[in-house]
Design a protein around this ligand. Structure first.
Ligand SMILES: *[C@@H]1O[C@H](CO)[C@@H](O)[C@H](O)[C@H]1NC(C)=O
Ligand SMILES: *[C@@H]1O[C@H](CO)[C@@H](O)[C@H](O)[C@H]1NC(C)=O
Ligand SMILES: *[C@@H]1O[C@H](CO)[C@@H](O)[C@H](O)[C@H]1NC(C)=O
Ligand SMILES: *[C@@H]1O[C@H](CO)[C@@H](O)[C@H](O)[C@H]1NC(C)=O
Ligand SMILES: *[C@@H]1O[C@H](CO)[C@@H](O)[C@H](O)[C@H]1NC(C)=O
Ligand SMILES: [Zn+2]
Length: 594
């Protein structure tokens, strides 16, 4: 995951106190009373029914899929291959052996020992020697995956980008694209001492593989490669092609890696040429007393808005009423006080997420559950749900377009009027908004103050106040030219949702098989990450993009420090990831629906 991303897999990490929904009128109270009586009556009926037909309590891992729940958050059945049954059960036996666990550990540990760190200030490939760390990583893959390299075609894109083509026997089937990244977040040498086991040791303590990248994202890359090596060892030949693409600078926004990979894949395979993409991202997580798989079906957009203010300088013994610093301060306050309001809207990933929690999270406050039941048809219920849900700042931030003024500078001398000052505000754009909308809003907020201060005002290349020269100049711009719209949202319901359903069914069967459970106990709930993965460069390749690492992160162990000290990968969970990838490939291979 990139550094912009919240590690929070769930949108709602913690329970919020329940608040009663305020009643608006006397008449509503009577209606409510009548409804309550009716509900009580129905409850009694259910109780009687439940008394006679109750399931064993230990089977009720999450609220059973009653009509109400399934309409709020439909779930599919666990999905296992129907044709490759022998292969599937043979693999299942392998995944349960200690021998295989050690093999998986060795493969990941070896990958962690090659420090493929990506830095913000990397120079061009071929000039900056720090890129050369990727060559031994390629050697390592070549040595570790003989079957993969004997069967799949490897193309290197922009020197270090890896694309493996595994040609299927049926070329009419759209290929499956599995992606990940080779690079890792750099380890600050000053923190080496704080690691329980050194960051590039790949040390295995019997439970965890330690080191930078052990989770993000070498576990994903090694998981995919090992899954395919296993399938090849057992003679599997896919009908549906499988393509792997591994970037090498995801942690510094994929400018050289995924960007080139995206272009190459587009030229080679064409627009909408893939059945689906599975990249790193949302995981298996615990929230509100439940365990959920949270594949991310969208990504927020972003823009850094730069404010530049210029005005005549001079000696500070004869100052104007407001220096550029004083004006900029007012402008920033105005900007912060007039942010785009967060609104929870139907048909967005955060709304689906809330619906699913209402259906399946045991400890979600009842008031939210009740409101979400009716939010689909009632604006009043939707607003009530929003009010409750927004008490969690993380959730509110994910729903809306956020504003954070993160950089400010200006002034060089205590006796000279500052001629140029600037500030930068970072925005994460809501999935139902756009870069254009944020630009418009930003422009409008500052217009009144710009006039009051007699500034000629230009925003994103267009003059707002006309050609009259003012006392000073205010300019708004896309700070680095890196604005990005929110990603297209992958369908999760209806006719077009076959890929999401296949992913869901695979998650469920993997989770169940890995724990030898009798029943499906893991709701799969659509989610959203606030940062961006390499998939920002893959939008044209398919409309079905899922950011999902089948990794059970557990809760609050203090370990697993993705992007910080003590990153470590639970070996059992690594094996589960491999199980997930093999099952996904086999399921996708058999599915006529993709
Ligand atoms: C690999 O590339 C060769 C030459 O381009 C081609 O003939 C062959 O079909 C490819 N094989 C796969 C598995 O893509
Ligand atoms: C290839 O897949 C298509 C779509 O599922 C199917 O109609 C066709 O029969 C398959 N061809 C072969 C040779 O199996
Ligand atoms: C704004 O500034 C310009 C340039 O200094 C000046 O000519 C003009 O009179 C000012 N307008 C007002 C309303 O103060
Ligand atoms: C998608 O393709 C269009 C042209 O076909 C191109 O302009 C655009 O940049 C592409 N977008 C991405 C994210 O690759
Ligand atoms: C590793 O993951 C497994 C399965 O999720 C779990 O049972 C086990 O407690 C984890 N081990 C550690 C040391 O966290
Ligand atoms: Zn990553």
């Amino acid at each position: 995951m990139s550094s912009t991303k919240s590690e929070k897999g769930s949108l709602l990490p913690s329970a919020q106190p329940a608040q009663p929904v305020p009643e608006t009128s006397q008449r509503r109270k009577y209606v409510t009373f009548a409804v309550l009586v009716l509900c009580a009556f129905l409850q009694l009926g259910q109780y009687i029914h439940g008394f006679w037909f109750r399931r064993a309590p230990e089977q009720q891992h999450f609220p059973p899929a009653s009509a109400e729940h399934s309409s709020l958050c439909p779930q599919v059945a666990p999905l296992v291959p129907e044709k490759s049954t022998d292969l599937y059960s043979g693999l299942a036996e392998t995944f349960e052996t200690k021998e295989f666990l050690f093999r998986a550990v060795d493969l990941l540990a070896g990958a962690v020992r090659i420090p493929t760190q990506s830095y913000d200030d990397l120079g061009p490939i071929g000039e900056d020697p720090r890129w050369e760390a990727f060559a031994p990583f390629h050697e390592y893959l070549l040595k570790s995956y003989p079957q993969v390299h004997a069967t799949l075609n490897l193309t290197k894109v922009n020197t270090y980008g890896l694309v493996y083509h595994w040609k299927g026997t049926n070329s009419t089937l759209k290929p499956l694209l599995l992606t990940g990244h080779q690079d890792v977040v750099p380890v600050n040498p000053e923190t080496y001492d704080e690691w329980v086991h050194p960051p590039f040791s790949g040390y295995f303590d019997g439970q965890y593989v330690w080191g930078r990248g052990s989770r993000d994202d070498k576990s994903g890359l090694i998981g995919v490669m090992t899954g395919i090596e296993l399938l090849l060892e057992r003679g599997f030949r896919p009908a549906r092609s499988v393509v792997l693409a591994f970037g090498f600078d995801e942690e510094v926004s994929g400018k050289r890696g995924a960007s080139a990979l995206g272009e190459y894949l587009y030229e080679t395979y064409g627009k909408d040429s893939f059945a689906m993409i599975v990249d790193e991202g949302g995981k298996i997580t615990e929230s509100y007393g439940g365990v959920f798989a949270v594949p991310s079906v969208g990504e927020k957009g972003y823009i850094d808005v730069r404010f530049e203010l210029a005005a005549p300088g001079g000696h500070s013994s004869v100052p104007p009423a407001h220096t550029t610093i004083g004006m900029l301060a007012r402008l920033i306050v105005e900007y912060e006080n007039n942010q785009i309001e967060a609104v929870l809207s139907r048909n967005t990933p955060t709304y689906w997420h809330a619906e699913c929690l209402a259906a399946y999270a045991p400890d979600l406050p009842d008031s939210i559950k009740d409101s979400m039941k009716y939010a689909g048809g009632s604006d009043e219920a939707l607003r009530a749900a929003q009010e409750e849900l927004f008490k969690d700042p993380t959730f509110k931030a994910l729903v809306g377009t956020t504003t954070a003024v993160d950089i400010v500078s200006g002034g060089v001398k205590s006796n000279a009027l500052p001629e140029n000052v600037m500030a930068i505000a970072n925005h994460r754009i809501a999935t139902d908004s756009s870069v254009e909308e944020v630009k418009k809003h930003s422009t409008a907020i500052l217009k009144t103050l710009a006039t009051e201060f007699n500034l000629s005002y230009t925003a994103f290349g267009t003059s707002v106040t006309g050609d009259e020269p003012g006392y000073g100049m205010l300019t708004l711009s896309d700070a680095w030219g890196t604005a990005l719209n929110p990603a297209p949202v992958s369908p999760v319901d209806g006719e077009d949702a076959a890929p999401f359903k296949l992913l869901s069914g695979t998650i469920k069967s993997t989770y169940k098989a890995h724990r030898a459970l009798e029943e499906d106990v893991i709701p799969v709930i659509p989610s959203l990450v606030s940062g961006n993965t390499d998939t920002r460069y893959y939008w044209n390749l398919t409309s079905h993009i899922f950011r999902y690492s089948h990794y059970h992160a557990g809760s609050g162990t203090g370990l697993n420090g993705v992007h910080t000290i003590n990153e470590a990968c639970n070996a059992t969970n690594l094996v589960e990831m491999m199980r997930f990838f093999t099952t996904l490939i086999l399921n996708a291979d058999e599915s006529p629906a993709l």
